[in-house]
Design a protein around this ligand. Structure first.
Ligand code: C2E
Ligand code: CA
Ligand code: CA
Length: 463
């Protein structure tokens, strides 16, 4: 063929030296392309695809007696650095960290950047736990000194999840998933630190997965229900509203309280359909009560991040015919620490629709005056741990006093939770609290009991 002939002719026409030079150039280009494909541009470290290739080579060799360690690193506060100082500083910080890791670990370990602020360190052969711990400590120590990047002095920390490559691993994703579980635990500890994926953690992960699966099943099987706890006026004892509290009627385990399953619901995102159900169910129930008795619903940050939430609340009010002013949304102060703008917008929209907003669990956490002045609220709920402490120490009694004064300054209703004794009730009455909630008044009760209680109160009032 003319083309083939032409190409062949062309080659014959070149000198041997030219051909050798071209071959060399091609080899160098290939090497560079492979290097680019396996290296991270920003830090010059090996990248995710290189890690995948290296791990595949190890797990593919079934006769090897090696048990290499894999360390998954995640920086603390990296998002904060990126958001507050800009991406250039973030990038420079990542490059500086990569430099420290490379210099400190050199021949002892492989260093990779997976992307974002995630790094992996591998220790080849059969390293002992002690050796791996030493490497972890070396890495944590690298973060003791702040980083000077682009005229900024940035302090960062790091958490490490550790696992070993096991005989049963078939790909990179299995050891990475184990390291990630261990990392999750390491991140829960304060400061830099590391955690090994061990048998106890494996059991925990399995149990967590079982609860998550069970929750999804329970949602389909309609196993959730609400109880209602009265909130009363301190002076008159009249019931203003009921707080709706979620329970799970498990077919084998019986009744399960929210503290035990809400974390799993948040992890899996199931809090969105579940929280949506709570709103509808509570509105439906409250619409049957004689006005003006209201209902309070607990809402977490994840629900506000769902843009459909405010619309859903309005739709539930419309469908059930409950007057918006009879509904209170309770939020803990911690929701304001993330996505404050979204939360403020949602709460303002709900309030302009007539819905009340309560700040829940006040007195623990930040209890910031700033939150009170910056966010639109109608009610302040003093946490039950504060209530418990106020009879025991002068300091805690003064704290309750200060919070009640704050409530008056900001002209919001103050509700004291966890009232279990007459002494506590007298105490808050003397200090001017508006409302009380707790076992002394009533434990949370089933929906039909609420109607009875309200009917009795009506009778008493009209008698
Ligand atoms: P919370 O909002 O602080 O709700 C009050 C908790 O205090 C309830 O626990 C209630 O049963 C308990 N309690 C009431 N009176 C007393 C008392 O006198 N002494 C003591 N020691 N405790 C009292 P519960 O029902 O176990 O709920 C725990 C938490 O779960 C709630 O704390 C709330 O944060 C959350 N929660 C409950 N239902 C829902 C829900 O539908 N959605 C969301 N997102 N969270 C919910
Ligand atoms: Ca609450
Ligand atoms: Ca509370």
């Amino acid at each position: 063929m003319p083309v083939a002939f032409g190409a062949g002719f062309y080659q014959v026409g070149r000198s041997k030296a030219q051909l050798a030079a071209e071959r060399g150039l091609r080899r160098r280009t290939e090497r560079r392309l492979t290097r680019d494909a396996h290296h991270d541009r920003l830090t010059g470290l090996a990248n995710r695809s290189r890690l995948e290739r290296d791990i595949q080579a190890i797990v593919g060799n079934s006769r090897s007696a090696d048990r290499p360690a894999l360390l998954l690193l995640d920086l603390d506060r990296f998002k904060f650095v990126n958001d507050s100082l800009g991406h250039d500083v973030g990038d420079a910080l990542l490059a500086a960290i990569a430099g420290r890791l490379r210099r400190a670990l050199r021949a002892a370990a492989g260093v990779y950047r997976l992307g974002g602020d995630e790094f992996v360190v591998t220790i080849a052969g059969r390293p002992s736990d002690g050796k791996v711990e030493n490497v972890c400590r070396t890495i944590c120590d690298l973060f003791a000194e702040p980083f000077d990047v682009r005229c900024h002095r940035v302090a960062s920390g790091c958490s490490i999840g550790v696992t070993f490559l096991e005989a049963g691993d078939t790909s990179m994703s299995e050891p990475l998933a184990r390291a990630d579980h261990a990392l999750y635990e390491a991140k829960a500890m304060p400061g830099s630190g590391f955690r090994f994926f061990d048998a106890a953690l494996a059991a925990e992960v399995e149990a967590r997965a079982a609860v998550e699966e069970d929750l999804a099943r329970a949602m389909r099987a309609d196993e959730f229900f609400l109880e209602y706890q009265p909130i009363v006026n301190v002076e008159s004892g009249a019931v203003r509203a009921f707080e709706a509290l979620l329970r799970w009627r498990h077919p084998e385990k019986g009744r399960i309280m929210p503290d035990l399953f809400l974390p799993a619901a948040k992890r899996t995102g199931l809090i969105l359909p579940l929280g949506g159900w709570v709103v509808r169910e509570a509105c439906r129930e409250a619409a049957r009560w004689p006005a003006p008795a209201g209902v309070s619903i607990n809402v977490v940050g994840e629900q506000f991040r769902d843009r459909a939430f405010v619309g859903h609340v309005k739709a539930c009010l419309r469908e059930t015919g409950l007057a918006p002013v009879r509904l209170t949304i309770e939020v803990a102060e911690s929701v304001f620490s993330v996505d404050a703008a979204v939360i403020r917008e949602s709460l303002s929209e709900l309030r302009s629709h007539g819905v009340r907003v309560a700040l829940d669990d006040f007195g623990i956490g930040f209890s910031s005056i700033n939150t009170l002045s910056a966010f639109p609220i109608d009610q302040l709920k003093i946490d039950r741990s504060v209530t418990r402490a106020m009879m025991e120490s002068r300091r805690d009694a003064d704290l309750v006093d200060i919070i009640l004064k704050l409530g008056r300054t900001f002209q919001v209703t103050t509700t004291v939770e966890g009232i279990e004794s007459e002494d506590q009730l007298d105490f808050i009455r003397q200090r001017g609290a508006c409302e009380a909630q707790g076992y002394l008044i009533s434990a949370p009760m089933a929906g039909p009991e609420v109607a009875c209680l309200l009917a009795q109160t009506d009778d008493r009032l009209s008698a």
